[in-house]
Write a protein that binds this ligand. Sequence first.
Ligand code: ILE
Length: 450
Amino acid sequence: MSAVRGEFSSRFGFIMAAAGSAVGLGNIWGFPTQTASNGGAAFLIAYLVLAFCLAYPALMAELTIGRHGQANAVSSLRKISNNLLQKRFAFVVGFGGIICAGLILSFYAIVAGWMISATLEPIATLVGSESSSTWLSEQSLSRNLIFTAGFIILTVAIISRGVENGIEKWSKRLMPALLTILFALIIYVMMQEGAMTGLKAYLVPDFNSILDPELLVSALGQAFFSLSLGTSVMIIYGSYISKKENLVSLGAYVTLIDVFIAFVAGLLIIPAMYVAQAQGVEIFSATGELLSEDTLVFQVLPALFDGMGTIGLFVGFAFFALMSIAALTSSISMLEAPVSYAVERFDLGRVKATWLIGTIIALVSFTIVLNFNVLFGLVIALTTKFSQPILGLMCCLFVGWIWYRNSLLNEIQQGCPEVASSLFWKIWPWYIRFICPIAIGLVFVSSLLG
Ligand code: ILE
């Protein structure tokens, strides 16, 4: 074991880091496009309810496992296991989450690479370098490999500096930058023609679709993905929280920020779609359905920015910088999951472990880039559709069925004595035992059938 474990130095630092992990492409790209294709505000309401009623309790399960274990995901799960069989199960769940995080990072880095090249493209246009601008804007092997590698190096550089000087310091810088750009863009888009129609579509619910099972399943899936559940990340971030901290309120802040940013991103993306529509870019079919979720960010919105002239260059720059920052704060958490394990299990130095794992992940990313049509969709489906819900479910089973109720509640009570007298926390272990696994199982089965 390494001599001194890292720890977040402040509440604010933890909240920024965990919210940074949660707030990613899932919020700024996934949530608004899902909302637009699933009945607007009805999806928003379902998402809000499910995020607080199901995803928050599951997030608390993962944070509590980590804070109790004060170790990487595998060791933390082992500490609450009572026999050899359970310890084996702990390894499967913890190590499975670590692999899942690494695989998510390997496709996330490719998408983030596109975001960074799209951020640089307006700069190349502004300085008049047409050849660079064309290279940056077109899909090519060289561009994709270079920017994927660049993004992984950036992630490695932050993680190799450790918890306080790496994760915490950079999350504290990047998250406020993300919020500033997001709000500046919203103000700009709201002033354009067509924005109000978009706002109405986003905020006025069609109550007929709110109980549509497909909508509920998508909303729950989105809530779990967005809180980075089932990837060991929240276990490892939980392990860096001091015993004096109030875990209950920390988890609530993270959920609130995650939901808030998804909501606010909707205020940007959905009105922007209607602004684009007003400017003649085709977004919706004659029956009002979103034409394509995949092309929205890389074709529809850039077409909108192009139509704005020079100011569009600045808006495009800000938009893709926002996406790149959101991706970076999530990717550092995905790398921390395997790195913390390697450091503690094999007694490797942090810098060495980070570069080693970063290199392995880069090799996986390159393999995906080189076999894009076959592997890209496959890795996304494997991690987000299968592994995340299954591992998230297993974490709930661990806390609900294996961890002794008293020891579990004792852990949460440290730093939050009110838990002892709260009805919610009396019910919570049952929730984690029955309701969360059933709900996650439902999402999983429906996504298999869907
Ligand atoms: N939570 C992030 C997102 O919403 C990632 C999920 C890390 C796997 O994009």
